[in-house]
Ligand binder design. Sequence first.
Ligand code: SIN
Ligand code: FE2
Length: 219
Amino acid sequence: MGRCVIELELIEPPEQVRLPPGVRLLRGFSLPWEAALLADINRVVAAAPFRHMITPGGQRMSAAMTNCGSVGWISDRSGYRYASLDPHTGQPWPALPGSFSTLARRAAEAAGFVGFAPDACLINRYAPGTRMSLHQDRDEQDLNAPIVSASLGLPAVFLLGGLERSARPVRLPLAHGDVIVWGGPARMIFHGVAPIVAGLHSGLGRQRINLTLRRACPT
Ligand code: SIN
Ligand code: FE2
């Protein structure tokens, strides 16, 4: 029985993978905002540079990260949490750009989550070879809001697991412009990113940038 399931996944083209309730893959959804998103990423990074955070266990995270919004997600020896100041600059994080919040609200709406008002965006930068291990987004206080995740630059394979860490993840290829939304019954799914394959993207060069838009503080 288990064997049949595995074979079906292998022969099924990615577009036809059945996504669990609460997960939507919106192909090319961010492309209308592409120029504004890239300019706004540059503005955020100029004020709050990418850095490699340290996990509570003392490991250097392989994706470089920064944030914008009223709070930003950080990790250090004392744990994972949201903070209103960037520990690197001592300043508040740059404001959430309008392009980010509009994209997030529209993508959430398209996935059936109306009224999404993100207050935080984690920006991850992946060089070739960089991966993100399976995890849940669980540091937000408002778990009713969905997560909107926008992929830019080099392609990636998104690992979409289940509500238990042990579930075998489905591999979803993501291209520049694709957006994934998960919420409701899928809000606590495990997810990750397979190692990025080396390549050159016309707009972003040798990197993948992912925007994860979230509601961290209660509305
Ligand atoms: C994340 O879960 O923080 C990032 C996911 C991604 O890069 O697609
Ligand atoms: Fe995540």
